[in-house]
Write a protein that binds this ligand. Structure first.
Ligand code: BG6
Length: 519
């Protein structure tokens, strides 16, 4: 018997294989509840929310007593809503859809037409909900999910509050909103003030879907359930960190929103800064929402403000031009439907962020994200320092890749570690090899299933707290304002669709031995 075969090893050591694809962790079934979706005729409800609720029910993760009330301005009734949601669920899960399960689900779907700005409508909504609550025994528990344009969040929140629907006299009342939470610090503070006028912070669920991705949740487990990485997780052993979220998609049909937002608001203020906080935070006092969110905010408070007079030393922006992706010609950003022909909105950014604290002093966090890049990929790569001295005579100092630990967020969620080994037969030839773990074949919850179930369970760990959101704006709002006032139309486009982004990003690396990981 050799220890090369993991099964032999397990047998000899009398242990069980570490990862059994059939083994599942149990999920506590939450209390009965109503889910009210504002914007029920929109894309998010059809593509994500209703299919996620259907899945949760079929997997047995939800209480039997629940109902879903779709609310939208479009005319419609329960029957038309049910028919259109059936198509949506079939389209989202062609293999998982079953007529039997659908018939269990469909009787719990309802629809109401109304104007979100109309306080009287919210009075009738309250009565409708009381009746449905009695019919379905949901104990007065309600989740209000705002799948609507952010500019009408405040109308809905104000009207929910005025109608008494935020009160928790019988059962809970929770509100879910999606990013963007405002467009700058001031507007996010205003939105938070409206929310907090009617809802307590523990009733508010600000959703960043990146936090619900399996390997993003895993960052805390990986860091704090293993003893071998944490001692190395600091400036003494880490040279720099690269956080990448690249997309192949262009602006799609979202010109109205995106051209006002741009990549820094759309991706950095939320998704990339959340990844940064989870990677850089100190161990929390406990695995509870408050402790985890406290540590995340501490990291964001230590982020060094960008020097506005030398922004180009820390930041590169780009906008995609025409190019080719997957063998097809794609137009430049400025020729996408609805985009002004001289738009100065960045669709790509790369930045060097420094965290001024004991753990990270001097370690750059190099972050980049953009649309229409060569591949779709999100990852956090920890680049360890070069060895201090290379004793092998034929190998030059700095010529071998340093150890790199990569947390792959998507696709193929997993973790890999690069290290050097001796080439067989050679005397002192080295080659880098990868030790790899993949989440492939392990069925988890999809991001929207996770956030819905957590909201039903009252677990806010994967949601953003007001102070965390505002702190990210505090760092980035001045940068965005400066760029918006100074970016000249002639600098764009500066990268080809299907490429790795603008060439200028190399200037951010700071040291000759650093390289961006290829996309
Ligand atoms: C959204 C952004 O938050 O995230 C989109 O608004 C972006 O512009 C999307 O495409 C990326 O999410 P994912 O899960 O596909 O990486």
């Amino acid at each position: 018997m050799t220890a090369n075969n993991p099964e032999d090893f397990c047998e000899s050591a009398q242990c069980t294989p570490m990862l059994d694809p059939d083994e599942t962790c149990t999920i506590d079934v939450p209390d009965p509840c109503a889910v009210v979706i504002f914007g029920a005729s929109g894309d998010l409800a059809k593509r994500k929310l209703i299919p996620a609720l259907y899945n949760l029910m079929t997997k047995g993760h939800m209480a039997k007593e629940f109902f879903v009330l779709g609310v939208a301005m479009d005319e419609g009734d329960d029957e038309s809503f049910r028919a259109s949601m059936k198509k949506a669920v079939e389209a989202a899960h062609p293999k998982r859809f079953s007529e039997d399960k659908w018939s269990e689900f469909v009787d719990r779907l309802y629809y109401a037409t109304g104007r979100f700005q109309d306080p009287a409508f919210f009075g009738s909504l309250r009565e409708l909900l009381e009746g449905l609550d009695r019919r379905h025994n949901t104990g007065g528990n309600k989740i209000f999910y705002c799948a609507i344009p952010p500019k009408i969040y405040e109308d809905v929140i104000e009207n929910l509050g005025q109608a008494g629907l935020s009160r928790e006299s019988r059962g809970y009342s929770r509100v879910c909103i999606e990013k963007p939470f405002g467009v700058n610090l001031e507007s996010s503070q205003k939105l938070n003030a409206t929310l907090q006028k009617h809802f307590g912070e523990r009733q508010i669920y600000r959703l960043d879907h990146y936090l619900a991705k399996e390997n993003v949740q895993n960052i805390l487990m990986f860091r704090f359930a293993n003893s071998i990485f944490e001692p190395l997780w600091n400036r003494r052993y880490i040279d720099h960190v690269q956080i990448t979220v690249s997309e192949t998609l262009g602006v799609e049909h979202r010109a109205g929103y995106y051209d006002r937002a741009g990549v820094i608001r759309d991706m950095f203020q939320n998704h990339l800064f959340q990844l940064l906080a989870l990677t850089a935070m100190e161990p929390p006092a406990s695995f509870e929402a408050a402790s985890v969110r406290d540590e995340k905010i501490k990291v964001l408070r230590c982020v060094r403000p960008f020097p506005l007079d030398r922004l180009d030393e820390h930041l590169v922006i780009g906008q995609y031009g025409a190019g080719e992706l997957d063998g097809r010609e794609v137009p430049p950003y400025r020729e996408e439907p609805g985009i002004p022909e001289n738009s100065t909105t960045p669709t790509f950014a790369a930045m060097a962020v420094f965290i001024d604290n004991w753990r990270w002093s001097g370690v750059p966090f190099l972050m980049r994200s953009g649309k229409r890049l060569s591949v779709r990929k999100a990852e956090i790569a920890i680049h360890f320092r070069q060895v201090p001295h290379l004793m092998f005579p034929t190998i030059q100092q700095g010529s071998i890749a340093a150890n790199t630990l990569v947390l792959r967020v998507q696709p193929d969620e997993g973790i890999s570690l690069l290290f050097q080994t001796k080439m067989p037969e050679s005397r002192d030839c080295l080659r880098p090899v990868l030790m790899d773990f993949s989440y492939e074949n392990l069925a988890g919850l999809e991001a929207y299933e996770r956030v819905l179930i957590d909201c039903m369970q009252g677990d806010q760990m994967l949601f953003v707290r007001a102070d965390g959101d505002e702190q990210a704006w505090r760092i980035l709002s001045p940068v965005i304002e400066k760029l918006e006032s100074e970016t000249l139309p002639e600098i764009f486009p500066n990268y080809t669709s299907g490429s790795e982004g603008p060439a200028e990003v190399d200037a951010l690396l700071g040291r000759p031995w650093r390289q961006w990981r290829p996309l």
